[in-house]
Ligand binder design. Structure first.
Ligand code: FAD
Length: 558
């Protein structure tokens, strides 16, 4: 196996990072760090990125998974921001259409709700124009009867009408890994399970870091001309290590999502609806499940492991049962969940929901650059601002000649389609090419939804394995997928594969039967040469994390 971003070569990559001084080291492999690595590498800088867990294991796999058009910013009067995120959304749709998918969103207008009829109509009209929404996707206002027909499960006594508009759904963890892979294709070296434990200084300026490989325990020293701290909720921990935690600080708030079978909340489209306490939450159908979220509460627990509490569950279930009175959801309906931390900037006296979602850059006297706040949606622009700053600070003649940011023109890994509308014909073509096997259309659609234009390579390998005669079709497919993600997406354990690369623990939990998990565990053991102890430890860790998605705690710090 000889991929460009293979977990079998992690140690080689770490040695390489330690051997040659970099122009830029990025700390943190969430969407922010990934975006910076891509921007910098594509402009010609020599870039490294280290992530202490798996890529996207922090907030970037725990969001509402929407590429927002910025409706919320419109309400706050931030017109410039609405225009920027609208433009970003269009760019992402063009560059990664397999994971950025337009979906209808219904905003029900209710008595005492956040949005009034006229304000919504005008607001969505302005939003469409500012965000550059295509004509066919522009908002439609509905009266009460039309809204009821559009979504029969909505409660009727308080309903006044509705607004239908378009939002874009994504898979945050896959978006992050596709950005990382694209950065790697431009020469960046990105390694997971590599934790920055110390900064190294020369005359008060930060010139490198000490990194611990959390898989082997080895330590490495990496030198870089500039270092960016893109560690989201952990950003203040690194600023403290750098002795520069002064002035503005992070304010972490927790957001929880619950997953229920689609049959228990069978919505016709996504809904953004009012909650009695004045907030608004989403219910988003996706294949055969619907997910609901989010909460927004101050967080003081352990950053590495935010948990869903019983109070979070009860808040979200009550909210759904209030707006959809016939469904009677209970805790027993929940098949998965996730909790994420928003790395917001603290503002005195503001409640979690009032805090700005804008990003901010902090410069330390040591030269460390920290970026925090922001949204998944705006990652490309955040990266552009950071890399502009890095280049401004690296004033040597070589760096000055570097290209301007051009990530808007770079298709992400898996996004190599001439236009988004090509995906259905790509799937049809794969069904045709492999009709002798025969992979089902559903299987091919599932893979294309994860891997986009990289799917063909996976199917080709699955065909090879199937033709060898040792595997069932299902086994050949899962093994090809596993090999691909080990080889090209740095999967190092069962959790990386089943949680963040393929979302099975969240969205396809029923497919995870003991035989399949055993098969994956055996194959990984053979590929990585695990002994029995390591094999058992790996399974135990996965089972613990997988179980935690349906086990709700009384207190955050349990
Ligand atoms: P993270 O993803 O947390 O990445 C930081 C990384 O740094 C982590 O992976 C961590 O392990 C690593 N790290 C920490 N310390 C070290 C160290 N010492 N060495 C090496 N690595 C280290 N945005 C949207 O656009 N749309 C949405 O729908 C949306 N919904 C949201 C819903 C919720 C509930 C939340 C919490 C956020 C939502 N957001 C949304 C915001 C968005 O998810 C975040 O802004 C974004 O994911 C933050 O990414 P990040 O890379 O800055 O942080």
């Amino acid at each position: 196996m000889n991929g460009r971003h293979s977990s079998l070569k992690r140690v080689d990559y770490l040695k390489k990072l330690a051997n040659e001084p970099l122009d830029l080291l990025v700390i943190g492999g969430g969407i922010t760090g990934a975006g910076i690595a891509l921007d910098a590498a594509s402009r010609g800088l020599k870039v490294g990125l280290v992530e202490k867990q798996d890529f996207a294991q922090g907030t970037s796999s725990r969001s509402t998974k929407l590429i927002h058009g910025g409706l919320r910013y419109l309400k706050q009067g931030e017109l410039k921001l609405v225009r920027e995120v609208g433009r970003e959304r269009a760019i992402l749709y063009r560059n990664a259409p397999h994971i950025v998918i337009p979906e209808k969103m219904l905003l029900p207008l209710v008595q005492g709700g956040t949005y009034g009829k006229l304000a919504t109509s005008v607001g969505l009209w302005i939003y469409d124009r500012l965000a550059g929404v295509k004509k066919e996707e522009r908002r439609i206002m509905l009266n009460k009867e039309e809204t009821e027909a559009q979504e029969p499960l909505l409660r009727k006594d308080i309903l006044k009408g509705g607004g239908l508009y378009i939002e874009y759904r994504t898979d945050d963890a896959r978006l992050t890994i596709e950005v990382i892979k694209t950065a790697v294709s431009f020469g960046a070296i990105c390694v997971n399970y590599a934790e920055v434990v110390e900064f190294i200084y020369n005359e008060g300026k930060v010139v490198g870091v000490k990194v611990t490989d959390r898989i082997t325990g080895s330590q490495y020293f990496i030198q870089a001309r500039k270092i960016v701290n893109a560690t989201g909720p952990w950003a203040d921990q690194l600023r403290a290590k750098d002795h520069s935690l002064r002035g503005k600080r992070l304010h972490l708030t927790k957001g929880v999502h619950l997953v229920v079978p689609n049959s228990r909340l069978p919505l016709n489209q996504s809904i953004y609806f009012d909650v009695p306490d004045g907030r608004m939450i989403f219910a988003i159908p996706r294949d055969h499940i619907t997910y609901i979220g989010t909460t927004d509460t101050n967080y003081h627990g352990v950053i590495d492991r935010p948990r869903v509490t019983k109070a979070d569950v009860s808040y979200l279930l009550q909210a759904v049962n209030h707006m959809f009175p016939s469904v009677h959801l209970t805790e027993r309906d929940i098949i998965s969940s996730w909790a994420g931390l928003r790395p917001l900037i603290h503002e005195e006296g503001k409640s979690p929901s009032e805090l700005s979602r804008k990003d901010e850059i902090f410069l330390s006297e040591s030269g460390l650059i920290t970026i925090a706040g922001g949204k998944l949606t705006g990652f490309r622009k955040m990266a552009e601002r950071v890399v502009d700053l890095v280049i401004k600070q690296l004033t040597d003649s070589e760096t000055i000649k570097l290209k301007q940011c051009h990530t808007d023109q770079i298709p992400l890994s898996g996004g190599r389609f001439s236009e988004p509308g090509e995906i259905p014909s790509y799937i049809r073509e794969l069904v045709r090419v492999y009709q002798s096997i025969p992979f089902s259309e559903d299987q091919i659609r599932f893979l294309t939804g994860l891997f986009g234009s990289n799917t063909k390579g996976i199917l080709e390998r699955a065909k090879e394995l199937y033709d060898e005669g040792n595997y069932t079709l299902q086994e050949a497919l899962i093994l090809a997928e596993l090999e691909y993600t080990i080889n090209e997406e740095m999967v190092t354990n069962i959790s990386d594969f089943l949680i963040r690369r393929t979302g099975r623990s969240y969205f396809y939990r029923e497919s995870l039967n003991p035989e399949m998990i055993q098969f994956i565990q055996d194959k990984m053991s053979a590929i990585f040469g695990w002994d029995e102890e390591r094999k058992a430890e790996n399974l135990r860790k996965f089972e613990e994390e997988h179980r935690s998605f349906v086990e709700f705690v009384e207190h955050e710090d349990e």
